[in-house]
Design a protein around this ligand. Structure first.
Ligand code: ZN
Length: 89
């Protein structure tokens, strides 16, 4: 498994509108900060400074249910990412 731990039964399938990245995440939310192009809030920022705006560019496309489905999706996405060989499909 590339995106989620082995044995994951349930995860969200997201697509980022900024960078086009597709990925799986254990967190299920309608929108989330893209782990590839999004910026997490800077925790070292002082209390008097303004919080930087967090852009939640990744949108939940689907919820993947079942260990086999999660594993299949994880495999497809990580293959696409690494430019793997699709001949086995
Ligand atoms: Zn992105």
């Amino acid at each position: 498994m590339y995106y989620v731990p082995d044995g994951t039964q349930f995860c969200g399938f997201y697509e980022c509108s900024e960078c086009g990245e597709r990925f799986l995440d254990l967190k299920i939310a309608p929108k989330m900060v893209c782990p590839y192009c999004g910026e997490e809030p800077d925790m070292e920022i002082g209390p008097d400074e303004e919080m930087p705006e967090v852009i939640e560019a990744a949108t939940l496309i689907d919820v993947i249910e079942g260990e086999e489905e999660v594993e299949k999706m994880d495999g497809l996405l990580s293959l696409a990412l690494t430019g793997g060989d699709f001949d086995w499909l």
